[in-house]
Design a protein. Structure first.
Length: 100
């Protein structure tokens, strides 16, 4: 079910202060490139959205740990296991892309 993640070019216009901040973070070595920095920020945003949907960080982390250990059927939480499989794959791919 996990689909390979294929990078594709996207044009993004940032506010000057955001572009400066990301550039500074790259210059400090926090990220290897602006692309990596944006990928990490998007991964964080997706994580926060998933945590909000699950009712908090602790519930999301517990769910993800149980899912990884295959001790839980996603349907026990919501009748949307395909969505969570894709969400997990996406979060893991983004975290890997960000070097986490």
């Amino acid at each position: 079910m996990n689909k390979p993640v294929q990078p594709r070019p996207v044009t993004v216009t940032l506010r000057p202060e955001d572009a400066f901040d990301l550039g500074e973070r790259v210059a400090r070595g926090e990220f290897a490139s602006i692309d990596e920095a944006l990928a990490a920020e998007l991964a964080e945003l997706n994580y926060r959205r998933a945590a909000e949907l699950m009712g908090g960080d602790h519930k999301l982390e517990r769910f993800l740990n149980e899912l990884k250990a295959e001790t839980v059927d996603p349907k026990d939480y919501l009748d949307a296991n395909v969505v969570f499989e894709d969400l997990l794959a996406d979060l893991e791919a983004r975290a890997e892309a960000a070097g986490e």
